[in-house]
Design a protein around this ligand. Structure first.
Ligand SMILES: Cc1cc2nc3c(=O)[nH]c(=O)nc-3n(C[C@H](O)[C@H](O)[C@H](O)COP(=O)(O)O)c2cc1C
Length: 206
């Protein structure tokens, strides 16, 4: 075994999968939090542009809504431009300490403006200021000017409102795979695929 992490975790769901993978996702997040996995909500989000060129980056999973996973970022960023051209994405969570991985593939849509406002309102003021001060993913000419803008906003008495470009996104799963690392590469995999009749769960070879 070359992977580090605890391979002794007992996960009966591989033998008795629940009907809905979103329910299992919620259980896995709760388990990751209680086992003190580091950054359990950090997910690698892969998108592709209109020519099929992929890119990926880490974003934070914020909450479940409407059967999907919500994350937030700027619609003018690379991921935002990719998603406008090609609203399909894959997300990957990796929890090294417990040898767990989750892969989600699906379509992405913006959440309603009021839901984005609520996500923005939830951020600490300094993080709101940074969002307003920065045009995510555009070239940076002057870092101290950026910091100055962010500090001035954070220190002001003005209420800070969400820039239109900053939005919540909803990733609606078409496929969800749960993976658990086991010794001798005999890992366990459980994949859900959305069908016309609901979710189909099947085990995959490692
Ligand atoms: C742990 C972690 C969490 C992050 N969370 C977010 C996030 O929730 N939203 C976001 O837009 N960027 C987040 N970032 C920054 C992104 O990885 C990325 O730099 C940014 O979104 C611009 O990516 P893009 O140019 O490909 O769109 C996070 C980075 C890390 C390492």
């Amino acid at each position: 075994m070359t992977l580090s992490g605890d391979a002794t975790l007992v996960l009966p769901e591989f033998d008795a999968p629940p009907a809905d993978p979103v329910v299992l996702l919620a259980e896995w997040f709760a388990g990751a939090v209680s086992r003190e996995v580091s950054e359990p909500f950090a997910m690698v989000l892969a998108t592709a542009d209109d020519r099929g060129r992929p890119s990926s980056r880490v974003v934070l999973f914020k909450e479940f809504a409407d059967g999907g996973l919500v994350f937030a970022g700027s619609s003018t960023s690379r991921k935002g431009r990719d998603l406008a051209a090609n609203p399909q994405a894959a997300a990957n969570f990796h929890w090294r300490e417990t040898l767990q991985q989750i892969t989600v593939v699906g379509t992405v849509q913006k959440v309603a403006p009021e839901a984005s406002d609520a996500l923005f309102a939830d951020r600490p003021r300094a993080a709101q200021a940074a969002v307003i001060a920065s045009e995510q993913s555009t070239p940076l000419d002057d870092e101290s000017a950026l910091h100055g803008r962010a500090a001035a906003l954070a220190d002001s008495d003005e209420p800070l409102s969400r820039p239109e470009a900053w939005t919540g996104y909803l990733l609606v799963p078409e496929e969800v795979e749960f993976w658990q690392g086991k010794p001798n590469r005999l890992h366990r995999r459980l994949r859900y695929v959305r069908t016309g009749e609901g979710w189909l769960a099947e085990r995959l070879q490692p």
